[in-house]
Design a protein around this ligand. Structure first.
Ligand code: SF4
Ligand code: SF4
Length: 91
């Protein structure tokens, strides 16, 4: 896998900008129903709970990183060339 996204869900507002911006639909925002485990809604109480990332689809274009108004997304892998090293935060 060439790319990995690091998403700080504490800061994600669920605005959906990154999902819409991704040209290959590699991102999906949802919240799991605690009982059925089904994907039920995208945002709960103003917070997204899961931003799913499909590494198989991701082209590493960085569009989602730029689309996020809150600098929540960091992309590592081939695209990080020329950018500062990224440190993964513990959830
Ligand atoms: S880097 Fe590009 S292809 Fe990958 S998830 Fe972000 S917008 Fe989509
Ligand atoms: S653009 Fe940023 S704040 Fe909005 S849903 Fe994506 S990661 Fe969350």
């Amino acid at each position: 896998m060439a790319f990995a996204l690091h998403i700080n869900m504490e800061r994600c507002t669920g605005c959906n900008n990154c999902v819409v911006a991704c040209p290959v639909d590699a991102l999906e925002l949802y919240t799991l129903d605690p009982v059925t485990d089904e994907k039920i809604y995208k945002v709960k109480n103003g917070k997204a709970t899961v931003l799913d990332f499909n590494a198989e689809l991701c082209a590493g274009c960085g569009v989602c990183v730029k689309a996020c108004p809150y600098d929540v997304i960091q992309l590592t892998g081939r695209w990080e060339t020329g950018s500062k090293p990224l440190v993964e935060e513990e959830a």
